[in-house]
Write a protein that binds this ligand. Structure first.
Ligand code: DX5
Ligand code: ZN
Length: 211
C-alpha cells in the first residue's frame, strides 16, 4: 500500500502539537518536515528547535526535507532534534556521496530530493546509499502549487533505476487524489501532501482519499 507523508507546511502553525496528534490519529505513515532557509528557496519555515518541540507528540517517523543551501552544516542539528530521516537536495550537495555517508553515520536514514529541472542521472552512482528518493513535482518553496505532469516520466525512470533496491520513491508537490493515482501508476510508493491532507480539517478522510 502507498504510504502517505503529510507535510506540516499546511498545518496550523499556532497549533502544531495538536496538528501532529491529529495526523497520527488520522493514519499518517510519516511526518514530512519542510525546512526552508530563504536562500535555496524563496521562503522560510522552521528549524531544529521547532522539530524538537513537536517530537514528543507522535512516534511516527520524522522526515526532514532540507530545502537549504548548506545542508552539511545542519545534519547534526536535526539528528539531535529527533528526526529519523534527512532528505537533502542533490543540487546543493557537490559531494552527495559523502553527505549520505554523514547522514548514515548519525544513525539516520538518508534521502535525496530532485528539483523538477534536475535529471535523475545525478543519483545513479549513489543509489546504494539511498533510503529514499524525493521527486519534486513543483518548484519547492510553497504549498498549494500545481502538479507538474512532465515529472511522471522521471518517476518511471527512477523506478527502473531503483530495480530491486530497498529505496522508497516519494513524490512531493501538488498531490491530490487524482495526481496521487498518476504518481503511483508511474512508480511512486510514498506521497507527500500538504494542502490535500489538511483541506477542510478532515485529516483522516483526506488521507484515506489519497490512498
Ligand atoms: C514544497 C514542499 C512540499 C509542500 C507540498 O516546497 O516541499 O512538501 O508542502 O504541499 P502541497 O501538497 O500543498 O503541494
Ligand atoms: Zn517537502
Amino acid at each position: 500500500m502507498v504510504k502517505i507523508a503529510p507535510s506540516l507546511l499546511s498545518a496550523d502553525f499556532a497549533d502544531l502539537k495538536n496538528e501532529i496528534i491529529r495526523l497520527d490519529e488520522g493514519g499518517a505513515d510519516a511526518i514530512h518536515l519542510d525546512v526552508m532557509d530563504g536562500n535555496f528557496v524563496p521562503n522560510l519555515t522552521f528549524g531544529p528547535c521547532v522539530v524538537k518541540a513537536i517530537r514528543p507528540y507522535t512516534k511516527l517517523p520524522f522526515d526532514a526535507h532540507l530545502m537549504v543551501k548548506n545542508p552539511d552544516e545542519m545534519l547534526e542539528w536535526f539528528a539531535l532534534a529527533g528526526v529519523d530521516m534527512l532528505t537533502v537536495h542533490a543540487e546543493v550537495c557537490p559531494h552527495l556521496d559523502k553527505t549520505l555517508d554523514a547522514i548514515h553515520s548519525l544513525g539516520l536514514k538518508a534521502g535525496a530530493a530532485l528539483n523538477p529541472s534536475t535529471p535523475e542521472a545525478v543519483l545513479e552512482y549513489v543509489l546504494d546509499k539511498l533510503d529514499l528518493i524525493l521527486v519534486m513535482t513543483v518548484n519547492p518553496g510553497f504549498g498549494g502549487q500545481k502538479f507538474m505532469e512532465h515529472q511522471l516520466s522521471k518517476i518511471a525512470k527512477i523506478r527502473k533505476l531503483i530495480g530491486s533496491r530497498n529505496i522508497t520513491l516519494s513524490v512531493d508537490g501538488g498531490i491530490n487524489p487524482m495526481t496521487a493515482a498518476e504518481a503511483v501508476s508511474a512508480g511512486a510508493d510514498m506521497l507527500v501532501a500538504g494542502t490535500a491532507v489538511f483541506a477542510g480539517g478532515k485529516i483522516a478522510g483526506n488521507i484515506k482519499a489519497l490512498r
